[in-house]
Design a protein around this ligand. Structure first.
Ligand code: ADP
Ligand code: MG
Length: 157
């Protein structure tokens, strides 16, 4: 399933999402454009992943990422959304987000309540933090990918 696509390197502009209120839940997700999403392998499973992320040429932070079905396109297209485990002073719409996905947590799920959803995401974040401290994942934080010029094509290198 997911593992054979990993690690997966991706870079693209942060665009406006569908305003599902992720930020109001305390878990803003930086959305990639449709074009970047289309560049992902079509058979990469939907679900929750983790890895490393960097905005512009800023610091590299831990992240959790969801690959899901995009409600805006009646769930025929995917969406890719990154929650960076860091507190930013400002929003960064229009900036270039670089990510490497290093691991998979779980498939997409439906939740009975908002509280259950938030709890699950908090557990995903804790799991991501733990996994990313392991040498196998930690080593990708230092990958040259994060120091390459922005224009360079890197998807699925
Ligand atoms: P949208 O529906 O436009 O994606 P969100 O509520 O998901 O709105 O908020 C996402 C935006 O919040 C990002 O595009 C980014 O500019 C900003 N943001 C601030 N902090 C973070 C963070 N830690 N992780 C991801 N995005 C963040
Ligand atoms: Mg979002």
């Amino acid at each position: 399933g997911a593992m054979r696509h990993l690690p997966y390197f991706c870079r693209g502009e942060v665009v406006k999402g569908f305003g599902r209120g992720s930020k109001e839940l305390g878990i803003p997700t930086a959305n990639f454009s449709e074009q970047v999403v289309e560049s992902f392998p079509s058979d990469i499973p939907t679900g929750i992943y983790y890895g490393w992320a960097c905005v512009g040429n800023g610091d590299v932070h831990k992240m959790v990422l969801s690959i899901g079905w995009n409600p805006f396109y009646k769930n025929i297209k995917k969406s890719v959304e990154t929650h960076i485990i860091h507190t930013f002073k400002e929003d960064f719409y229009g900036e270039i987000l670089s990510i490497v996905i290093t691991g998979y947590i779980r498939p997409e799920k439906n939740f009975d309540s908002l509280d259950a959803l938030i709890l699950a995401i908090q557990e995903d974040i804790e799991e991501a933090k733990r996994q990313l401290d392991l040498p196998e994942h930690l080593k990708l934080k230092e990958d040259n990918f994060f120091h390459l010029p922005e224009g360079k094509i890197v998807n699925n290198r």
